[in-house]
Design a protein around this ligand. Structure first.
Ligand code: SAH
Ligand code: SF4
Length: 343
Protein backbone atom coordinates (compact mmCIF):
# COMPACT_ATOMS: atom_id res chain seq x y z
CA UNK A 1 0.00 0.00 0.00
CA UNK A 2 1.57 3.29 -1.09
CA UNK A 3 1.37 6.13 1.41
CA UNK A 4 -0.15 9.55 0.81
CA UNK A 5 2.81 11.83 0.11
CA UNK A 6 0.93 14.91 1.27
CA UNK A 7 1.00 13.63 4.84
CA UNK A 8 4.75 14.40 4.94
CA UNK A 9 5.75 17.86 6.05
CA UNK A 10 8.85 19.43 4.55
CA UNK A 11 11.17 18.17 7.33
CA UNK A 12 9.87 14.59 6.97
CA UNK A 13 10.32 14.89 3.21
CA UNK A 14 13.91 16.01 3.75
CA UNK A 15 14.62 13.01 5.97
CA UNK A 16 13.11 10.62 3.45
CA UNK A 17 15.06 12.10 0.53
CA UNK A 18 18.28 12.15 2.55
CA UNK A 19 17.89 8.42 3.08
CA UNK A 20 17.68 8.12 -0.71
CA UNK A 21 20.93 10.11 -0.98
CA UNK A 22 19.29 13.22 -2.43
CA UNK A 23 20.45 16.78 -1.68
CA UNK A 24 18.36 18.86 0.78
CA UNK A 25 16.99 21.28 -1.86
CA UNK A 26 15.08 18.44 -3.54
CA UNK A 27 12.62 18.35 -0.63
CA UNK A 28 11.70 21.96 -1.32
CA UNK A 29 11.22 21.20 -5.01
CA UNK A 30 8.94 18.22 -4.34
CA UNK A 31 7.04 20.25 -1.74
CA UNK A 32 6.44 23.07 -4.24
CA UNK A 33 5.11 20.71 -6.90
CA UNK A 34 2.76 19.10 -4.40
CA UNK A 35 1.54 22.16 -2.60
CA UNK A 36 1.88 25.14 -4.90
CA UNK A 37 1.41 23.63 -8.32
CA UNK A 38 -0.99 20.88 -7.33
CA UNK A 39 0.39 18.18 -9.65
CA UNK A 40 -1.32 14.81 -9.55
CA UNK A 41 1.47 12.68 -11.09
CA UNK A 42 5.12 12.38 -10.10
CA UNK A 43 6.02 12.51 -13.80
CA UNK A 44 4.77 16.12 -13.92
CA UNK A 45 7.57 17.26 -11.57
CA UNK A 46 9.69 18.44 -14.47
CA UNK A 47 12.83 19.65 -12.70
CA UNK A 48 13.49 16.40 -10.81
CA UNK A 49 15.62 13.50 -12.02
CA UNK A 50 13.68 10.57 -13.38
CA UNK A 51 15.40 8.13 -11.04
CA UNK A 52 14.12 10.09 -8.03
CA UNK A 53 10.60 10.25 -9.42
CA UNK A 54 10.60 6.51 -9.83
CA UNK A 55 11.73 6.03 -6.25
CA UNK A 56 9.02 8.38 -4.97
CA UNK A 57 6.45 6.50 -6.98
CA UNK A 58 7.50 3.20 -5.39
CA UNK A 59 6.61 4.34 -1.85
CA UNK A 60 4.06 7.09 -2.27
CA UNK A 61 1.02 8.18 -4.20
CA UNK A 62 -0.36 11.67 -4.76
CA UNK A 63 -4.01 11.87 -3.69
CA UNK A 64 -6.14 12.99 -6.60
CA UNK A 65 -9.10 15.33 -6.53
CA UNK A 66 -11.02 14.92 -9.77
CA UNK A 67 -13.88 16.80 -11.34
CA UNK A 68 -16.45 14.11 -12.01
CA UNK A 69 -19.39 16.23 -13.09
CA UNK A 70 -20.17 19.71 -14.28
CA UNK A 71 -23.36 21.68 -14.83
CA UNK A 72 -23.71 25.13 -16.35
CA UNK A 73 -26.56 27.45 -15.34
CA UNK A 74 -28.42 29.76 -17.71
CA UNK A 75 -26.76 32.64 -15.85
CA UNK A 76 -23.25 31.27 -16.50
CA UNK A 77 -22.69 29.84 -13.01
CA UNK A 78 -20.82 26.52 -13.17
CA UNK A 79 -21.33 23.81 -10.56
CA UNK A 80 -18.57 21.23 -10.21
CA UNK A 81 -18.68 17.88 -8.47
CA UNK A 82 -15.30 16.94 -6.99
CA UNK A 83 -14.41 13.34 -6.25
CA UNK A 84 -11.79 12.97 -3.55
CA UNK A 85 -9.20 10.22 -3.30
CA UNK A 86 -11.40 8.10 -1.00
CA UNK A 87 -14.41 8.57 -3.35
CA UNK A 88 -16.15 11.03 -1.04
CA UNK A 89 -17.69 13.90 -2.94
CA UNK A 90 -17.99 17.66 -2.43
CA UNK A 91 -19.17 20.49 -4.63
CA UNK A 92 -17.73 23.79 -5.75
CA UNK A 93 -19.16 26.63 -7.80
CA UNK A 94 -17.67 29.15 -10.23
CA UNK A 95 -19.64 32.39 -10.18
CA UNK A 96 -18.91 34.83 -13.02
CA UNK A 97 -19.89 38.43 -12.38
CA UNK A 98 -18.97 41.47 -14.46
CA UNK A 99 -15.81 39.92 -15.86
CA UNK A 100 -14.70 38.58 -12.49
CA UNK A 101 -14.69 34.97 -11.32
CA UNK A 102 -15.43 33.80 -7.81
CA UNK A 103 -14.81 30.25 -6.59
CA UNK A 104 -17.14 28.96 -3.90
CA UNK A 105 -15.40 26.01 -2.25
CA UNK A 106 -16.16 23.34 0.35
CA UNK A 107 -14.33 22.67 3.60
CA UNK A 108 -16.05 19.46 4.80
CA UNK A 109 -17.86 16.48 3.31
CA UNK A 110 -21.36 17.32 4.58
CA UNK A 111 -21.87 19.47 7.67
CA UNK A 112 -22.39 18.64 11.35
CA UNK A 113 -24.51 21.71 12.02
CA UNK A 114 -28.22 21.59 11.39
CA UNK A 115 -29.28 24.97 10.10
CA UNK A 116 -32.90 24.35 9.14
CA UNK A 117 -32.79 26.32 5.85
CA UNK A 118 -29.66 24.72 4.37
CA UNK A 119 -29.64 21.53 2.28
CA UNK A 120 -26.03 20.71 3.25
CA UNK A 121 -27.12 20.71 6.90
CA UNK A 122 -29.33 17.71 6.15
CA UNK A 123 -26.29 15.67 5.10
CA UNK A 124 -24.18 13.79 7.59
CA UNK A 125 -20.72 15.22 8.20
CA UNK A 126 -18.49 12.48 6.85
CA UNK A 127 -15.11 14.09 7.36
CA UNK A 128 -13.02 17.23 7.15
CA UNK A 129 -11.23 18.02 3.91
CA UNK A 130 -7.45 18.10 4.09
CA UNK A 131 -5.66 21.37 3.30
CA UNK A 132 -4.56 19.74 0.05
CA UNK A 133 -8.14 18.90 -0.95
CA UNK A 134 -9.28 22.45 -0.22
CA UNK A 135 -6.41 23.80 -2.28
CA UNK A 136 -7.12 21.29 -5.10
CA UNK A 137 -10.57 22.79 -5.60
CA UNK A 138 -9.07 26.26 -6.05
CA UNK A 139 -6.35 24.97 -8.32
CA UNK A 140 -8.78 23.04 -10.53
CA UNK A 141 -11.18 25.98 -10.70
CA UNK A 142 -8.35 28.37 -11.55
CA UNK A 143 -7.31 26.04 -14.37
CA UNK A 144 -10.88 26.20 -15.74
CA UNK A 145 -11.11 30.01 -15.67
CA UNK A 146 -7.67 30.23 -17.33
CA UNK A 147 -8.61 27.75 -20.03
CA UNK A 148 -12.12 28.97 -20.80
CA UNK A 149 -12.01 32.66 -20.02
CA UNK A 150 -8.28 33.29 -20.27
CA UNK A 151 -8.40 34.79 -16.82
CA UNK A 152 -7.18 33.95 -13.34
CA UNK A 153 -9.64 33.39 -10.57
CA UNK A 154 -10.42 36.63 -8.70
CA UNK A 155 -12.08 35.64 -5.42
CA UNK A 156 -12.41 32.60 -3.19
CA UNK A 157 -15.28 32.16 -0.74
CA UNK A 158 -15.60 29.33 1.79
CA UNK A 159 -19.34 29.14 1.19
CA UNK A 160 -19.65 25.65 -0.22
CA UNK A 161 -20.30 22.57 1.91
CA UNK A 162 -19.30 22.49 5.55
CA UNK A 163 -18.37 24.78 8.41
CA UNK A 164 -14.81 26.08 7.91
CA UNK A 165 -14.32 26.95 11.58
CA UNK A 166 -14.88 23.30 12.50
CA UNK A 167 -12.01 22.33 10.20
CA UNK A 168 -9.90 25.21 11.38
CA UNK A 169 -6.31 23.95 11.05
CA UNK A 170 -6.78 22.66 7.49
CA UNK A 171 -8.63 25.78 6.37
CA UNK A 172 -5.82 28.01 7.72
CA UNK A 173 -3.20 25.82 6.09
CA UNK A 174 -5.04 25.96 2.76
CA UNK A 175 -5.25 29.77 2.93
CA UNK A 176 -1.51 29.93 3.56
CA UNK A 177 -0.96 27.82 0.43
CA UNK A 178 -3.34 29.94 -1.67
CA UNK A 179 -1.65 33.18 -0.61
CA UNK A 180 1.91 31.95 -0.98
CA UNK A 181 3.72 33.79 -3.77
CA UNK A 182 5.38 30.51 -4.84
CA UNK A 183 1.93 29.26 -5.80
CA UNK A 184 -1.19 31.10 -6.86
CA UNK A 185 -0.18 34.17 -4.84
CA UNK A 186 -3.73 35.08 -3.94
CA UNK A 187 -4.24 38.25 -1.94
CA UNK A 188 -5.86 37.49 1.44
CA UNK A 189 -8.34 40.30 0.76
CA UNK A 190 -9.81 38.15 -2.01
CA UNK A 191 -10.50 35.20 0.28
CA UNK A 192 -13.62 35.16 2.47
CA UNK A 193 -14.24 32.67 5.25
CA UNK A 194 -17.96 32.30 5.96
CA UNK A 195 -19.01 30.91 9.32
CA UNK A 196 -22.22 30.06 11.08
CA UNK A 197 -20.60 31.76 14.06
CA UNK A 198 -18.15 30.04 16.37
CA UNK A 199 -17.04 32.93 18.56
CA UNK A 200 -13.76 31.50 19.84
CA UNK A 201 -12.59 30.63 16.34
CA UNK A 202 -13.43 34.07 14.98
CA UNK A 203 -11.05 35.55 17.58
CA UNK A 204 -8.42 32.96 16.69
CA UNK A 205 -8.72 33.69 12.96
CA UNK A 206 -8.35 37.44 13.63
CA UNK A 207 -5.04 36.72 15.35
CA UNK A 208 -3.64 34.71 12.40
CA UNK A 209 -2.90 37.85 10.36
CA UNK A 210 -3.85 36.16 7.10
CA UNK A 211 -5.48 39.29 5.71
CA UNK A 212 -8.60 37.35 4.75
CA UNK A 213 -12.19 38.57 5.04
CA UNK A 214 -14.88 37.24 7.33
CA UNK A 215 -18.59 36.67 6.79
CA UNK A 216 -20.97 35.69 9.58
CA UNK A 217 -24.13 33.80 8.66
CA UNK A 218 -26.44 35.72 10.96
CA UNK A 219 -29.99 35.30 9.56
CA UNK A 220 -31.64 36.33 12.85
CA UNK A 221 -30.56 38.88 15.45
CA UNK A 222 -32.67 37.62 18.33
CA UNK A 223 -31.23 34.71 20.34
CA UNK A 224 -34.38 32.69 20.71
CA UNK A 225 -35.33 33.00 17.05
CA UNK A 226 -31.77 32.39 15.83
CA UNK A 227 -31.44 29.25 17.93
CA UNK A 228 -34.60 27.94 16.28
CA UNK A 229 -33.11 28.05 12.79
CA UNK A 230 -29.41 27.72 13.75
CA UNK A 231 -28.89 25.43 16.76
CA UNK A 232 -25.22 26.50 16.95
CA UNK A 233 -26.58 29.74 18.45
CA UNK A 234 -27.27 27.93 21.76
CA UNK A 235 -23.55 27.65 22.46
CA UNK A 236 -22.54 30.80 20.55
CA UNK A 237 -25.19 33.40 21.31
CA UNK A 238 -25.38 36.86 19.77
CA UNK A 239 -23.60 38.60 22.67
CA UNK A 240 -20.52 36.41 22.20
CA UNK A 241 -20.66 36.88 18.43
CA UNK A 242 -20.82 40.67 18.76
CA UNK A 243 -17.81 40.53 21.05
CA UNK A 244 -15.75 38.44 18.65
CA UNK A 245 -16.78 40.52 15.62
CA UNK A 246 -15.72 43.67 17.47
CA UNK A 247 -12.40 41.97 18.18
CA UNK A 248 -12.19 40.94 14.52
CA UNK A 249 -12.64 44.53 13.32
CA UNK A 250 -10.27 46.03 15.90
CA UNK A 251 -7.58 43.51 15.05
CA UNK A 252 -7.88 43.26 11.25
CA UNK A 253 -9.45 46.64 10.44
CA UNK A 254 -11.61 44.74 7.96
CA UNK A 255 -15.39 45.03 8.28
CA UNK A 256 -17.05 41.65 8.71
CA UNK A 257 -20.02 40.93 6.45
CA UNK A 258 -23.28 39.88 8.06
CA UNK A 259 -25.09 37.44 5.79
CA UNK A 260 -28.83 37.56 6.22
CA UNK A 261 -30.96 35.23 4.11
CA UNK A 262 -34.42 36.75 4.03
CA UNK A 263 -37.21 34.21 4.57
CA UNK A 264 -40.88 35.12 4.29
CA UNK A 265 -42.69 35.43 7.63
CA UNK A 266 -39.66 33.97 9.41
CA UNK A 267 -37.13 36.80 9.62
CA UNK A 268 -38.53 39.57 7.37
CA UNK A 269 -40.81 41.44 9.77
CA UNK A 270 -40.13 44.89 11.14
CA UNK A 271 -39.15 43.48 14.54
CA UNK A 272 -36.51 41.43 12.69
CA UNK A 273 -35.01 44.45 10.95
CA UNK A 274 -35.03 46.32 14.30
CA UNK A 275 -33.05 43.45 15.85
CA UNK A 276 -30.69 43.34 12.89
CA UNK A 277 -30.03 47.09 13.05
CA UNK A 278 -29.40 46.94 16.80
CA UNK A 279 -26.98 44.04 16.38
CA UNK A 280 -25.10 45.55 13.44
CA UNK A 281 -24.61 48.92 15.12
CA UNK A 282 -22.29 47.43 17.72
CA UNK A 283 -19.27 47.27 15.37
CA UNK A 284 -18.35 48.39 11.81
CA UNK A 285 -19.77 45.89 9.32
CA UNK A 286 -21.52 45.38 5.98
CA UNK A 287 -24.81 43.57 5.55
CA UNK A 288 -25.61 41.25 2.64
CA UNK A 289 -29.26 40.36 2.27
CA UNK A 290 -29.33 37.04 0.44
CA UNK A 291 -32.29 35.81 -1.54
CA UNK A 292 -33.44 32.58 0.07
CA UNK A 293 -33.10 29.54 -2.20
CA UNK A 294 -35.90 27.09 -1.60
CA UNK A 295 -34.78 23.58 -0.71
CA UNK A 296 -36.98 20.48 -0.71
CA UNK A 297 -36.12 19.65 2.90
CA UNK A 298 -37.77 22.81 4.28
CA UNK A 299 -41.00 24.68 3.90
CA UNK A 300 -39.59 28.22 3.69
CA UNK A 301 -40.26 30.82 1.00
CA UNK A 302 -38.10 33.72 -0.11
CA UNK A 303 -39.08 37.31 0.66
CA UNK A 304 -39.37 38.88 -2.75
CA UNK A 305 -39.75 42.13 -4.67
CA UNK A 306 -41.00 45.18 -2.79
CA UNK A 307 -40.87 43.48 0.60
CA UNK A 308 -37.20 42.67 0.19
CA UNK A 309 -36.50 46.21 -1.07
CA UNK A 310 -38.36 47.71 1.88
CA UNK A 311 -36.43 45.53 4.33
CA UNK A 312 -33.16 46.72 2.77
CA UNK A 313 -34.26 50.35 2.70
CA UNK A 314 -35.00 50.42 6.40
CA UNK A 315 -31.52 49.09 7.20
CA UNK A 316 -29.92 51.60 4.87
CA UNK A 317 -31.88 54.45 6.46
CA UNK A 318 -30.50 53.38 9.82
CA UNK A 319 -27.07 54.31 8.42
CA UNK A 320 -25.79 50.81 7.70
CA UNK A 321 -24.13 49.47 4.53
CA UNK A 322 -26.48 46.97 2.89
CA UNK A 323 -26.51 45.04 -0.39
CA UNK A 324 -29.05 42.66 -1.86
CA UNK A 325 -27.38 39.51 -3.23
CA UNK A 326 -29.40 37.89 -6.00
CA UNK A 327 -29.23 34.18 -6.12
CA UNK A 328 -27.01 32.59 -8.80
CA UNK A 329 -27.17 29.18 -10.43
CA UNK A 330 -30.55 28.32 -8.92
CA UNK A 331 -31.65 26.25 -11.93
CA UNK A 332 -28.81 23.77 -11.33
CA UNK A 333 -28.99 23.78 -7.51
CA UNK A 334 -25.69 25.64 -7.31
CA UNK A 335 -26.94 28.51 -5.15
CA UNK A 336 -26.10 29.03 -1.46
CA UNK A 337 -27.40 26.22 0.70
CA UNK A 338 -28.28 23.95 -2.22
CA UNK A 339 -25.13 21.84 -2.37
CA UNK A 340 -25.82 18.18 -1.63
CA UNK A 341 -23.82 16.11 -4.16
CA UNK A 342 -26.98 15.29 -6.08
CA UNK A 343 -25.23 14.44 -9.33
N1 SAH B 1 -21.04 26.85 6.94
C1 SAH B 1 -20.70 28.16 6.54
C2 SAH B 1 -20.39 28.29 5.06
C3 SAH B 1 -21.26 27.52 4.09
S1 SAH B 1 -22.93 28.05 3.94
C4 SAH B 1 -21.78 29.14 6.93
O1 SAH B 1 -22.83 28.71 7.37
O2 SAH B 1 -21.53 30.33 6.84
C5 SAH B 1 -22.80 29.44 2.86
C6 SAH B 1 -23.87 30.48 3.00
O3 SAH B 1 -25.12 30.04 2.43
C7 SAH B 1 -24.18 30.83 4.44
O4 SAH B 1 -24.28 32.23 4.61
C8 SAH B 1 -25.51 30.17 4.64
O5 SAH B 1 -26.21 30.70 5.71
C9 SAH B 1 -26.17 30.38 3.30
N2 SAH B 1 -27.35 29.53 3.04
C10 SAH B 1 -27.56 28.29 3.49
N3 SAH B 1 -28.74 27.81 3.00
C11 SAH B 1 -29.26 28.79 2.23
C12 SAH B 1 -30.46 28.89 1.44
N4 SAH B 1 -31.31 27.89 1.35
N5 SAH B 1 -30.67 30.05 0.78
C13 SAH B 1 -29.78 31.05 0.83
N6 SAH B 1 -28.65 31.01 1.55
C14 SAH B 1 -28.37 29.89 2.25
FE1 SF4 C 1 -23.57 23.92 7.74
FE2 SF4 C 1 -23.33 26.49 6.89
FE3 SF4 C 1 -25.31 24.91 5.98
FE4 SF4 C 1 -25.36 25.76 8.50
S1 SF4 C 1 -25.50 27.05 6.66
S2 SF4 C 1 -25.78 23.67 7.81
S3 SF4 C 1 -23.20 25.74 9.00
S4 SF4 C 1 -23.14 24.62 5.64
Amino acid sequence: MKKNIRTLNIEQMQTFLKELGEPAFRAKQVHEWLWYKGVSEFSSMRNLPKSLLEKLDESYHIPKTKIYTEQVSTDGTIKLGFELDDKNKVEGVIIPSMGRYTACISSQVGCSLDCTFCATGFLKRERNLTAGEIFDQVNLINAITMERFNQKLDNIVFMGMGEPMLNYANVIESIKIMTDMKGLGFSGRRITVSTSGISKMIVKLADEELGCRLALSLHEANNEARSRIMPINDSNPLESLAESLTYWYNTTKSRPTLEYTVIEDVNDQSSNSDDLIRFAKQFPCKINLIEYNPIIQADFKPTEGDNLEAFAKKIEEAGLIVNIRRSRGKDIDAACGQLINNN
